[in-house]
Write a protein that binds this ligand. Sequence first.
Ligand code: F6R
Length: 261
Amino acid sequence: MEVIITKNKQEAENVTARIIEAQLLKKKDSLLGLATGRTMENVYRQLIQLHKENNLDFSSSSTVNLDEYVGLSGEHCQSYRYYMNDKLFNHVNIKPENTKLPDGMAADIPLECQKYEDFIKNYGGIDLQLLGIGTDGHIGFNEPGSSLASRTRIKTLTRETVEQNGPIFGDNDQVPRHALTMGGGTIMDAHKVILLATGSSKAQIIADAVEGPITAWVTASILQMHPSATIVVDEEAATELKNYDYYKWAYDNKPDWQQLY
Ligand code: F6R
């Protein structure tokens, strides 16, 4: 695991956007795994800027998102399809047909989940998976106790997640209770993963995920087993890390022959 600690939130978002840019420059037809949530909003703004100002090209790339609420159509302003169109896809030159999210309106949910897994596998896997983290340690909607080997499936959201997302919906009762989400096994199969966390509310869970035991009760801890995982945190999200000095030292002493990101 590589832990990159940046001096502030903006720099953490910038580093994350640059890693995605580097992936697209290396492989134009990358399959990018994407996440939603407040943490990602500025990352997508930066990608739009890189597209407009540096001609960052999305035309050959494809995307799969981690998750989608069950029961919300893509037109619903709180659906993750709506979020992705609004925050990224409508502003870059990606082909709409190359952007995929699990269909939360599917009549046959197990079939929809299997088709999602098959699509990723047939593509050759996810080249770079972007992740946020919930305050309960979830990645995607893999709530505490989720099997670390799970694949795309339906999950019941925890009360904590419903409450975390309540303000976005206006009221907790409006938050769907179920989502379709890639599983821990799906995420672990990605060739590279990058997790971004900013702000003091994520400090304890970042320490648990990065330095605590690998456990289904902190699903992000599974990334300790990933051969190529980068954790990008700002100073506020890094305050509980015991090995803080080493991460800084390792980044400052990164060999020149290694790419910056
Ligand atoms: C959403 C997702 C979630 C979020 C997490 C953090 O697609 O994968 O795991 O990344 O809930 O959300 P924010 O960024 O709003 O704190």
